[in-house]
Design a binder for this molecule. Structure first.
Ligand SMILES: Cc1cc2nc3c(=O)[nH]c(=O)nc-3n(C[C@H](O)[C@H](O)[C@H](O)COP(=O)(O)OP(=O)(O)OC[C@H]3O[C@@H](n4cnc5c(N)ncnc54)[C@H](O)[C@@H]3O)c2cc1C
Length: 392
């Protein structure tokens, strides 16, 4: 067993873990990261694509905003739609805040490049990760590295940024958990075609929800509501484009959906999950390790980044000034924001997905008409979608 001593041991090199390492380094705190997957695998996972204002501000503040400014696409708002009607909500007019289209893949590449430039210790392709002595002031993480050597990292603090399947969440004694599984999934595609819209279209349709999103000027990202357990093989490219055309209103008021070559197809289950507290002794949780939201509100990645934004000052005070106040408050402070985003994601999901229940369909239409015709309704959606301040 090789032993190593750092201030912070981070489990998981996704956006939460890598941003945490980056921000800690800026405050002079040394960390080591362990990750089961390869660097390329983590960087190429197609996931989130919308950054809210606070995320963009945080990335700029720590030197990670250059490519985002050059290659990202600032959006003023979104379109909300149901059969025969499409309305634009302008977040900038409503709240003074906007969102950016910039893929999680790109955020991850920027983080990896910034950490590589500073020689960050990252162990990729590890196995058998285990957390130890979390209730002492010498917690540790053990793992088998890519060459088969057993290693131990002894730290002052361990942070679990290991997503929904990692071991960290299970190290919290007697957590309270809340979970909701939705009775539908998303079929998501990436297509080599210019987006048919300037901003995202969220469409309710009796056949099911559809979303027209994008990754760049030449790559579109689109989603269809499908039943749970859908086999992607049942959905030919033609069937996908036909369903998207119907649900997104091809031909309505002269609008056309341009189909293109599909390069990626996958089915995503929809789940809400919260585990509390987000701290156990010298273990802190951040990101998907503590909570999952359905993607309808574009909150998963943003919430992971907000957790890190709250955790860093807490760890800096704890490790540099021996001041535990922010660390002691971290779980409650983070969970307040987690529940706001959990509610918003659930609200957007239930407002936009079809269930086949005629009573619920009328409620959905009533809610959509209110959100798009009342300034108060529109502002509520805009404030949540463009994102509340990290310290909310
Ligand atoms: C398929 C999919 C699609 C998504 N689409 C969207 C979307 O459209 N919009 C949106 O806002 N959000 C989306 N999300 C959510 C968003 O991607 C996540 O919220 C975000 O990745 C959270 O970042 P994280 O760093 O907390 O966790 P992750 O990105 O999951 O990173 C956790 C890391 O920990 C590593 N790990 C796990 N176990 C161990 C272990 N034992 N030892 C060491 N390392 C370990 C994992 O390999 C992983 O790299 C999607 C998520 C998924 C899974």
């Amino acid at each position: 067993m090789t032993d190593r001593r750092v201030q912070v041991a981070i489990v998981g090199a996704g956006p939460a873990g890598m941003l945490l390492a980056h921000l800690l380094a800026a405050d002079g705190i040394e960390s080591a990261v362990v990750e089961t997957r390869s660097e390329d695998y983590v960087a190429s996972r197609i996931r989130a694509g919308i950054l809210e204002q606070s995320t963009v501000d945080l990335l700029h503040s720590c030197g990670l905003g250059d490519r985002l400014t050059r290659e990202g696409d600032r959006h003023r708002g979104i379109y909300l739609q149901w059969p025969e009607e499409r309305h634009h909500l302008d977040f900038v007019d409503l709240t003074g805040r906007s969102v950016w289209v910039y893929g999680q893949t790109e955020v991850q590449k920027d983080l990896v490049a910034a950490r590589a430039a500073e020689g960050q210790e990252i162990h990729y392709e590890v196995s058998d990760t285990a957390l130890h002595d979390l209730e002492t002031d010498r917690p540790s993480v053990t793992f088998t590295d890519a060459s088969g050597t057993r290693q131990r990292i002894v730290a002052d603090v361990v942070v679990g940024c290991d997503g929904s399947f990692g071991p960290s969440r299970h190290a919290v004694a007697d957590p309270a958990t809340w979970e909701k599984t939705y009775p539908y999934s998303w079929l998501g595609i990436l297509a080599d075609v210019a987006p048919s819209t300037d901003e995202l279209i969220y469409a309710y349709h009796p056949d099911g929800f559809a979303l027209h999103s994008m990754r760049s000027a030449t790559v579109s990202r689109l989603y269809l509501q499908v039943p749970n357990e859908t086999d992607v093989a049942e959905w030919s490219d033609d069937r996908i484009w036909d369903a998207l055309a119907v649900r997104l209103g091809h031909g309505q008021d002269g609008w056309h959906l341009e189909p293109g070559s599909i390069t990626d197809k996958s089915v995503l289950p929809m789940r809400s999950f919260v585990s509390a507290p987000m701290r156990h002794g010298r273990l802190f949780l951040a990101g998907d390790a503590a909570h999952i939201v359905p993607p309808t509100g574009a909150k998963g990645l943003n919430l992971a980044i907000a957790d890190v934004g709250l955790l860093v000052p807490a760890l800096v005070d704890l490790l540099r000034k021996d001041d535990p106040h922010l660390a002691d408050a971290y779980s409650d402070t983070a969970l307040r924001r987690v529940w706001r985003c959990t509610h918003f994601s659930w609200w957007m999901t239930t407002m936009l997905h079809a269930t086949g229940d005629p009573f619920e369909e009328q409620l959905r239409l009533s809610q959509l008409r209110w959100v798009t015709s009342s300034e108060a309704g529109a502002t509520g959606l805009a404030e949540n979608y463009a994102g509340l301040p990290i310290g909310f």
